[in-house]
Design a protein around this ligand. Structure first.
Ligand SMILES: CC(C)(COP(=O)(O)OP(=O)(O)OC[C@H]1O[C@@H](n2cnc3c(N)ncnc32)[C@H](O)[C@@H]1OP(=O)(O)O)[C@@H](O)C(=O)NCCC(=O)NCCS
Length: 178
């Protein structure tokens, strides 16, 4: 795989001033990527609501220095999404709300497969470890048809917890990074 020199990409937490560019980034994703990555609405109002500084969500972006524009975005929720709790517990996964979190990544289409997702993930992990988090699950699991993402998560060390049906088969995966 052709990896991008890391010095041309900046990885950092999302700030409120990024939201308009984030909206443009999300709306420019291909239909296929949009179908794979849907943790929240793509409009500015949804983004402002989600990324309220007092809320349970943290955003992270990879920014292309040359353009000052996001090329990747990930969101983390502290703890779990309410509607996923029972399903995850059904696998025998014990929920530890204070030190667990829920994660969803995306990379802009033309930058996929170039090491950006892995580097953004490493940046997210460094931040989460500093804040005392120890484990993460995937937000909404991963669609079994999304082979690229499945390989990606396995390479990062995620383990399968179980499967569920929602618009096709999906796999719940978790990573312990303590
Ligand atoms: C899934 C996604 C976040 C991965 O990010 P990425 O930048 O494309 O992945 P990377 O280039 O960092 O690849 C990381 C590893 O995954 C593997 N990988 C990535 N794309 C691959 C592909 N098409 N085929 C096989 N392996 C692949 C690579 O081998 C790489 O391992 P390496 O670093 O040891 O070489 C990105 O492709 C994406 O946003 N897809 C659309 C939205 C989506 O599916 N989000 C996840 C929803 S669950």
């Amino acid at each position: 795989m052709n990896h991008v020199p890391n010095e041309s990409i900046h990885y950092r937490p999302l700030i409120i001033d990024d939201l308009e560019n984030l909206e443009a980034y999300l709306k420019a994703l291909s239909t296929e990527s949009k179908n794979r990555f849907g943790p929240h609405g793509y409009d500015l109002n949804s983004l402002r609501h989600i990324h309220n500084p007092n809320g349970p969500f943290k955003g992270f972006i990879a920014e292309n220095f040359a353009r000052n524009f996001p090329i990747a975005y990930a969101i983390v929720k502290t703890g779990y999404l309410d509607h996923e709790r029972d399903r995850l517990q059904g696998y025998g996964w014990e929920l530890r709300d204070a030190t667990d979190c829920t994660f969803a990544p995306s990379v802009s289409d033309i930058w996929q497969g170039k090491g950006i997702g892995r580097s953004l993930f490493e940046h997210v992990l460094t931040n989460l470890k500093k804040e005392g988090y120890e484990r993460m699950v995937l937000w909404g699991g991963v669609q079994i048809s999304n082979q690229r993402a499945l390989i990606f998560y396995k390479k990062l060390g995620f383990m399968e917890l179980g499967t569920f049906e929602y618009a096709g088969t999906n796999i719940d995966m978790a990573l312990t990074f303590k």
